[in-house]
Write a protein that binds this ligand. Structure first.
Ligand SMILES: NC(=O)c1ccc[n+]([C@@H]2O[C@H](COP(=O)([O-])OP(=O)(O)OC[C@H]3O[C@@H](n4cnc5c(N)ncnc54)[C@H](O)[C@@H]3O)[C@@H](O)[C@H]2O)c1
Length: 286
């Protein structure tokens, strides 16, 4: 199946990056938000990053303008009803995502593939909320989307081989390397990431080593660009804690058990970089 027109639902942090990458790869993109104000903010972020690409010589002014001209914003979901593929990038909330999928299923033609950018929710559960479970699939983009080399595709129990192949081709056309995972809690990337973070937090909790030394062991020992505790601070401890709780609820896998100190840090507002304190202390950013 040839995908030409793409829809994105949600123009937040991930949605904006997905829109940018699709438009730069030649797709016509319609992005839908819940209000004009949030939509303008999302589109402004895309324009900012496209502009930065020009400043840094990564793209030409012509390519920037051409990419921008392919992006349309809307606050009406019906405006994605002519799309070949729609990617949902709304917050990580199963009931909200199900509602969006049911609406998309009602308004999109039979050939439209419906994708979710969920980090850890069941893609199969979302697929089964629609009348086209064979055409529903997970497209887990990693952040930040434009420079990330990977696209993790999550095959729901119901996803057809045809849908999988079409989405693999689509992902490659965005310049991404493709990973394919079964629909399990956290898929590949978040399972490994959360298991590593959990183990690093347990070492800290048990007084085995300092945060600096735990991070150094992975950064210098395995060549990770950043240690697991510093990365958890960077991503936001509230986000990490919420994802690990959701994955643990689904799997009961002890590797994913949410940590007590992370819960305490979240409850006391120490959320990492964004609040100036997490596993490390940070100078206030402008
Ligand atoms: N943030 C990350 O690092 C990251 C990485 C990979 C995957 N994800 C996943 O991507 C998804 C989006 O995350 P995010 O960080 O971009 O969240 P975000 O909060 O930045 O953006 C979500 C956007 O969806 C909009 N929205 C809510 N309901 C909507 C609706 N009914 N119709 C249209 N728009 C709606 C919100 O207004 C918001 O702008 C989540 O499932 C998250 O788990 C996030």
């Amino acid at each position: 199946m040839r995908i030409k027109r793409v829809g994105v639902v949600g123009c937040g942090f991930m949605g904006a990056g997905i829109v940018q990458v699709c438009a730069q790869s030649g797709y016509e993109v319609t992005v839908v938000e819940i209000s004009e104000q949030i939509l303008s903010k999302g589109i402004a972020a895309i324009e900012y990053y496209l502009g930065r690409g020009v400043e840094k010589g990564r793209i030409s002014q012509h390519d920037r303008d051409f990419a921008r001209s392919r992006i349309k914003g809307s606050i009406t979901l019906e405006d994605v009803s002519d799309r070949d593929l729609v990617i949902e990038a709304t917050p990580e909330d199963m009931e909200l995502k199900k509602k969006v999928f049911v609406q998309l299923d009602n308004i999109c033609p039979g050939h439209t593939i419906l994708c979710t950018n969920t980090s850890c929710l069941s893609v199969t559960e979302l697929a089964r909320a629609t009348n086209r479970p064979d055409s529903v699939i997970g497209t887990h983009f990693l952040s930040p989307v434009p420079p990330s080399k990977l696209l993790e595709i999550v095959r729901a129990d119901t996803t057809s081989g045809e849908t999988l192949e079409a989405v693999k081709d689509f992902g490659r056309s965005l310049g991404k390397e493709i990973l394919v995972a079964k629909d399990t809690p956290g898929f590949i990337f978040n399972y490994l990431l959360l298991a590593l973070t959990g183990a690093a937090v347990r070492l800290l909790e048990n007084g085995v080593a300092s945060a600096e030394d735990i991070d150094k062991s992975m950064a210098l020992g395995l060549g990770h660009p950043i240690g697991p505790l510093a990365l958890a601070d960077f991503n936001g401890l509230d986000v990490g804690y919420m994802v690990s709780c959701a994955m643990y609820r689904r799997s009961k896998d002890p590797c994913l058990a949410p940590s007590v100190i992370m819960r305490e840090m979240v409850e006391s507002g120490r959320l990492g970089r964004k609040t100036g304190e997490g596993f490390y202390k940070y100078k206030k950013e402008k």
